[in-house]
Design a protein around this ligand. Structure first.
Ligand code: 13P
Length: 210
């Protein structure tokens, strides 16, 4: 997909996430890897009303070279995209249920959401490392996220929200949606003694779809 098409897709998927309540106000940001740099949602922009022409462009060295001023979370996106060379996009949301889990889980936990359903395992994987709280935009979060993202498609920022990668922008959006759904189920079934998938069932899913 060329840059113009990716800009259009970013605006379309951002609007879809916003309309379905995955982000509110100006929360959340999205990045896409290009052959010659990165696209990034502008800071203080609403995912529901992105103008494709004004989406920020960053050079391969992450300097701002076009469009509006990029998200304050450039460090967060850089942490994941440099840790995962096969990732083509990163979606960061403050989606309600995943963020709620991020307010309950302890930093350092690697499985704050149990593997209740196959699609959570297939899209997000075996681990979801919880990163300690950092102020939004704090560059100090970069190394923690970078280390955790080497072994995980997604991480959960304590008291903040999920950061989800995918091979393509569509993959990253789908994974972010599955993560939110799994978080919702986990909270719905909290303390209900729900049956999770067994380690063998998780292994089978990852061997088949991973
Ligand atoms: P930006 O508006 O700078 O992208 O920040 C929004 C956000 O989600 C902070 O975590």
């Amino acid at each position: 997909m060329d840059e113009a098409a990716l800009r259009e897709q970013l605006a379309t998927l951002g609007a879809s996430l916003f309309q379905r309540g995955y982000s509110v106000g100006t929360a959340g940001n999205i990045s896409v890897r290009l052959a010659d740099g990165y696209l990034m949602t502008p800071t203080n922009s609403c995912l529901g009303r992105l103008d494709p022409a004004r989406i920020s462009k960053l050079a391969p060295d992450w300097s701002h070279i076009g469009g509006d001023k990029p998200s304050k979370e450039v460090f967060m996106h850089r942490a994941v995209l440099t840790a995962r060379p096969d990732a083509g996009a990163v979606v960061h949301l403050h989606s309600t249920y995943a963020t709620a889990i991020g307010c309950l889980a302890e930093a350092g936990d690697t499985a704050p959401i149990p593997p209740l359903t196959p699609y959570f395992v297939m899209r997000v994987g075996r681990t979801l490392p919880v990163i300690r709280y950092y102020r939004p935009g704090d560059g100090a979060m970069e190394s923690d996220i970078h280390e955790a993202a080497k072994g995980a498609k997604a991480v959960l920022l304590a008291n903040h929200g999920p950061v989800v990668s995918g091979k393509t922008l569509e993959d990253a959006v789908h994974a972010a949606e599955e993560l939110e759904e799994a978080a919702r189920l986990a909270l719905l079934l909290r303390n209900a003694g729900a049956r999770a998938l067994t380690p063998a069932q998780v292994d089978d899913l990852l061997a088949t779809f991973g």
